[in-house]
Design a protein around this ligand. Structure first.
Ligand code: ATP
Ligand code: MG
Length: 570
């Protein structure tokens, strides 16, 4: 490609409203164009990067028997009603549209139902399984906040794969096989050393965790808890945790009811009552699968809804509304505690509260809190304490007893057990060897293709611009001509490199050398070849590796040999 044929130019500045570094760089370098928040077009150079990433993913998915298909963006409502996902109360980030006749359509939010529906024409017997189907295409999600440039878009490119298995063992085997393929993908993308398999929420259809592939990065939205020197990685949303314990009183003091009008929040309460925050206890009221549940946790922690749901093997756990709180506690909001609760209230207490002596609790009475509360004497000690707290820095992994290391990361992929939720809902079964009807176990597996474009752009950048690894770079060589003779020689070299199958972006513009070099750096093409009048006189070509920054001089033959070697290294 000749620069004079390329419609994009490098820009001095990114749009003022673009704050993410990945988008700023990619816009300035002419890789992407911002249509609106969270929606970006791919210009020729950006498209080549996107396609290179897709190709790596595609090769790895094909290698494990994946069938590539292309599903539609317009989606019929009926199939999503079968799985109960059409309702806006169930899925709230869907772009929907209407036909002229008024019937509603969905816009490519996700594709479990359409894939299952498509497969229903082909799956009958056990001989038709297992099966593995994937697609790479745009998804549309009405994200509340589009942010971080390409990392969280409203229109973005995803690879999603779906497996269909006859039984749990078969499913588990496919699932692990895909996890291995994912590691290969990230290794080929150059982020294998910073991308880890992390346990995350499995959702409401399974008691299992899902697995996320998280790339450690300061720009990440996710917080990861890692047990040093082990493969134990948890997303904060599910990290099991043991809190540091604090020294307790030896003597139990008499319980007292304290008048605390309008005192809200543990910090203020602790100050007012002169109790350390670590000896206060928060009680929150939840609806757990329809059962009113008082959930208590030490004041310096908060309740983690996902851990609560998982610990109780429940389908849902959410805070109850104010009027129900008043009804249950007999007090205004803010004074819930564990003493004098109605009998039918389920009580779940976090293990941070177990060893407390002389602790504080809401009194279930407007304007009052109790201090010097003690297990056994003032309220019955639960038979079991739970781990339902949101993990904090400084916490330990209960299994190994080691203190977590806490890092930020970008979710670049995830794999999910779906059990038989969608296949059952869409009435797709198979007949086993004995002629009996059986459910099909499904899994889904995503990779954020366009998120990776942004992630990799930022990960490999330096202060001069982008620095693409060879196998995802839009071109392998940036050819710069300087002077008239240089241009004539560069023309010839350009043709020859193309003949050799090397992808070249040829800066044939009538520009100052400095401008051409600055562009080569901003664009991040791995190899720069400079052909100048002066060089030609000496029979020399300059070769500069973008990542290293050093320049060497070579004769024509040695240059071509070197380029062939370096460019093949992908
Ligand atoms: P997240 O937790 O980041 O919201 P998700 O768990 O909803 O994502 P999936 O629907 O399973 O993600 O999508 C699979 C992959 O697609 C994710 O791992 C992520 O890499 C990518 N992805 C998800 N949402 C977006 C988005 N809005 N913009 C860009 N990439 C996304
Ligand atoms: Mg996620």
């Amino acid at each position: 490609m000749r620069r004079t044929n390329l419609f994009t130019k490098t820009l001095k500045n990114a749009p003022a409203d673009e704050v993410a570094k990945n988008a700023q760089l990619l816009i300035r370098a002419g890789f992407i164009h911002k249509e609106m928040a969270g929606v970006y077009a791919y210009e020729p150079l950006g498209l080549r990067v996107l396609e290179n990433i897709k190709q790596i993913v595609r090769e790895e998915m094909n290698a494990i028997g994946g069938n590539e298909a292309m599903m539609t963006t317009l989606q019929p409502r009926e199939i999503f009603e079968k799985s109960d996902r059409w309702d806006d109360k169930k899925v709230d980030n869907w772009f929907k549209t209407k036909l002229v006749n008024g019937s509603e359509l969905g816009m490519g939010l996700t594709h479990e139902e359409p894939i299952v529906d498509m497969l229903s024409s082909y799956i009958n017997s056990y001989k038709d399984l297992p099966m593995n189907i994937y697609q790479i295409q745009n998804k549309f999600r009405n994200e509340k906040r589009a942010k971080s440039g390409l990392l969280r878009g409203r229109e973005f490119v995803m690879k999603d794969m779906y497996t269909f298995a006859r039984n749990q063992e078969e499913h588990d085997r496919l699932y692990e096989q895909i996890a291995v393929a994912y590691h290969r993908v990230y290794a080929r993308l150059g982020i294998g050393d910073v991308t880890f398999r992390v346990k995350a929420d499995g959702g409401i259809f399974t008691e299992k965790y899902s697995d996320e592939f998280q790339t450690i990065s300061p720009i990440g939205e996710d917080t990861i808890y890692h047990v040093p020197d082990t493969e134990r990685y948890f997303n904060q949303e599910v990290a099991p945790s043991k809190a540091p314990v604090h020294e307790q009183d030896i003597e139990q003091k008499p319980m007292e009811e304290k008048y605390t009008p309008g005192v809200v929040g543990v910090e203020q309460l602790a100050k007012e009552l002169d109790v350390p925050v670590e000896r206060t206890v928060k009680t929150m009221l939840y609806d757990v699968d329809g059962i009113v549940t008082a959930v208590a946790v030490r004041g310096d922690y908060s309740v983690n809804d996902i851990k609560l749901r998982m610990e109780l093997s429940a389908k849902s756990a959410r805070l109850i509304d104010e009027s129900t709180i008043k009804q249950v506690t007999g007090a205004e909001v803010g004074y819930a505690g564990l003493i004098n609760l109605p009998n039918d209230v389920q009580v779940v207490v976090d293990d941070t509260v177990e060893s407390l002596v002389n602790f504080e609790l809401g009194a279930n009475k407007t304007d009052y809190h109790n201090v010097n509360v003690n297990w056994g004497r003032d309220l019955e000690k639960p038979e079991r304490f739970y781990d339902i707290k949101e993990a904090k820095e400084g916490d330990q992994d209960p299994e190994t007893g080691r203190t977590y290391e806490v890092v930020k990361a970008v979710e670049v992929g995830n794999i999910f057990p779906l059990e038989t939720k969608y296949t059952d809902a869409l009435d797709v079964f198979y007949t086993d060897e004995n002629g009996a009807k059986q459910s099909i176990i499904m899994g889904c597996y995503g990779i954020g293709i366009s998120r990776l474009v942004g992630m990799l752009a930022e990960h490999f950048a330096d202060d001069k611009g982008l620095v693409w690894p060879m196998n995802i770079a839009p071109y392998k060589v940036y050819l710069v001509s300087i002077g008239e003779k240089g241009a004539a020689e560069a023309d010839k070299l350009y043709d020859e490199l193309i003949k050799e199958g090397i992808e070249v972006l040829y800066d044939d513009r009538d520009e100052r050398p400095g401008a051409k070099f600055a562009d080569a750096e901003l664009l991040g093409i791995p190899l720069r070849v400079t052909v100048s009048d002066r060089g030609i006189e000496a029979g020399e070509f300059e070769l500069t590796e973008r990542a290293v920054g050093e320049t060497i001089k070579l004769n024509r033959e040695a240059l071509i040999a070197k380029l062939l070697m370096l460019a093949a290294n992908s």
